[in-house]
Ligand binder design. Structure first.
Ligand SMILES: [Zn+2]
Length: 140
């Protein structure tokens, strides 16, 4: 593998197709160079995901999609604060594709990120499985 200089690594376009390779390049730089590269990685991920994140939040009506959730955090902008979670974590190769993303309140987002998640069904209308050994359903 040809070693790229730091600036060219940071300026390269990040796309779904090259994200895994870009991630490992930036992670290699982080290991030797530290936090500036971690910051660059986060910025690259946010830029890449922004259009689909906005689309999914709008489609969900800015409401948590976890079945039975009534969380509501009003914002000054007139919407409700929600987050978009990756079911398959970015750190394990999960992409910013619609079927890997769900709109959740902060509590459910953390439960999904930190808990024991098993997905049995994931399609265009719902995600079903168990979260911390309790059945759950997320409607898309
Ligand atoms: Zn929720």
């Amino acid at each position: 593998m040809v070693r790229k200089d730091h600036d060219s690594v940071l300026q390269e376009e990040v796309s779904a197709a090259n994200f895994a390779a870009r991630l490992s390049e930036i992670e290699a730089l982080m290991a030797t160079q530290g936090r500036p590269y971690q910051h660059a990685l986060v910025l690259a991920m946010i830029r890449r995901d922004r259009p689909i994140v906005r689309f999914l939040k709008e489609r969900a009506g800015y409401a948590c999609q976890f079945e039975g959730c009534t969380a509501s955090i009003p914002t000054r902008g007139g919407t409700t604060y929600v987050e978009v979670a990756h079911l398959d974590p970015v750190s394990k190769g999960g992409g910013a594709v619609a079927l890997n993303l769900v709109v959740l309140c902060p509590n459910h987002h953390k439960m999904v990120d930190l808990g024991t998640l098993q997905i049995d069904v994931s399609d265009g209308s719902k995600v079903e499985g168990t979260l911390n050994e309790q059945p759950f359903r997320i409607f898309r």
